[in-house]
Write a protein that binds this ligand. Sequence first.
Ligand code: SF4
Length: 80
Amino acid sequence: MTSTATAWMAAGLCAQTDPGEFFPEKGASPATAKRLCRACRVREQCLNFAVTNGEQHGVWGGTTVRERARLTERTRGGAS
Ligand code: SF4
């Protein structure tokens, strides 16, 4: 990963909070992380990064892995 590709990460609210909130245990709620993401000024970059890189764990850009999978499916469906 290049530093320019991930420079936005330092500006994320998760960089100032408990990273564990963004990787909840199985069955735990991602609500706290998603609430922080809604107020994060790099949310769009974060979500784009996660979708582009197929992140399979954690809350990125206010989405869970399932929500990102749906976004990807919708994007692929719309492109064909
Ligand atoms: S959108 Fe959420 S996961 Fe992404 S950088 Fe911001 S706080 Fe962190």
